[in-house]
Design a protein around this ligand. Structure first.
Ligand SMILES: O=CC(=O)O
Length: 321
């Protein structure tokens, strides 16, 4: 019997040696397709027959696969057994459709905790302090910007940080935020045990909305969390609340956020993720109180280097049969 085939979708920049080392135990193949239609055609033409594992390097794979929806999953090679998704969030994969085809799906949680929590800290500071006003003004050649100048920002010290979703990233953010003098409350589907909560106060969803000076979204996107923050939720928040989203754009209603910014209910926002990436609601782009990043929360050499280990593990799994 030949070696099992592993199909790489997307680019590898920092784990090339580990990827190549997999060839000891697997036949490494790449797709010729440049877009989803071509990929589906490539799968159905039989060129990828024999592929047992897909190594999905999101987001660079997205241009070729689009969402792993029912249509795509039905087209994948009949021999496929595993999809190894290199991100933490796997909302782009219809896991039920994979299960129906007996395809196992794995993701990479934990490795992104530091990088994502660091990004949340950056956005919290930027939004609280109004740094985006200054960043825009200095690049426009107007030094500190408008006359009269924009209102003074706020220190994180003494503020209540509400964390919605207290998984690995939420807990990592809690520790970092405490170093800036913030006190942390959280809401999660389940209350954490004492050790994991580490002093963070568990509150109801409504209390989280009502008590947070800064609200950080750190929960996965799924049918139950889509638009979990929308107009009724903004109404329950403090006037002048600051919101940061490093999770998925789909958990917050962007149009409702623009309205809440325009009325002053929300003072400022820090965003790394959007509902329809790479498109961003024009009301967010034009608002100087919104600090925007192009979904780069996990884009570090260290995260990519840890992904290397996942190739090594994939190799070991193949060897173990
Ligand atoms: O967004 C990045 C990830 O899900 O890892």
């Amino acid at each position: 019997m030949g070696k099992p085939k592993v199909l790489l979708l997307g680019k590898i920049d920092h784990a090339t040696a580990s990827w190549n080392a997999l060839s000891d135990v697997a036949e490494l193949v790449t797709a010729q397709a440049k877009n989803r239609a071509e990929f589906i055609e490539e799968c159905t033409s039989g060129r990828l027959d024999g592929v047992v594992i897909i190594c999905d390097r999101a987001p660079s794979s997205l241009a070729v696969t689009g969402k792993y929806d029912e249509e795509l999953i039905q087209a994948l090679p009949k021999t496929l057994k595993f999809i190894c998704h290199n991100g933490a969030g796997y909302d782009n994969i219809n896991v039920s459709a994979c299960t129906a085809r007996s395809i196992l799906v794995s993701n990479c949680p934990n490795v992104v905790d530091d990088a994502t929590a660091d990004t949340a800290i950056f956005l919290i500071l930027a939004a609280l302090r109004g740094f985006n006003n200054g960043i825009m003004a200095i690049r426009n050649g107007t030094w500190k910007g408008a006359v009269p100048p924009p209102p003074l920002g706020h220190d994180p010290q003494g503020k209540v940080l509400g964390i919605l979703g207290m998984g690995g990233i939420g807990r990592n953010l809690k520790k970092k935020a405490e170093a800036f003098g913030m006190s942390v409350i959280y809401y999660n589907r389940k209350q954490l045990d004492v050790e994991q909560a580490d002093g963070a106060e568990y509150v109801s969803f409504d209390d989280l909305l009502a008590r947070s000076d800064v609200l950080s979204l750190n929960l996965p996107l799924n049918a139950g969390t889509r638009n979990i923050i929308s107009t009724p939720e903004f109404e329950k928040m403090k006037d002048g609340v600051v919101i940061v989203n490093t999770a998925r754009g789909g958990v917050m209603d962007e149009a409702a956020l623009v309205d809440a910014l325009n009325t002053g209910k929300v003072l400022s926002v820090g965003l790394d993720v959007y509902q329809q990436e790479p498109n961003i609601h024009p009301g967010l782009v034009s608002n100087p109180h919104v600090c925007l990043l192009p979904h780069m929360g996990t884009s570090t050499v260290e995260v990519s280097t840890v992904h290397r280990l996942s190739f090594n593990k994939m190799g070991m799994l193949i060897q173990m049969g």
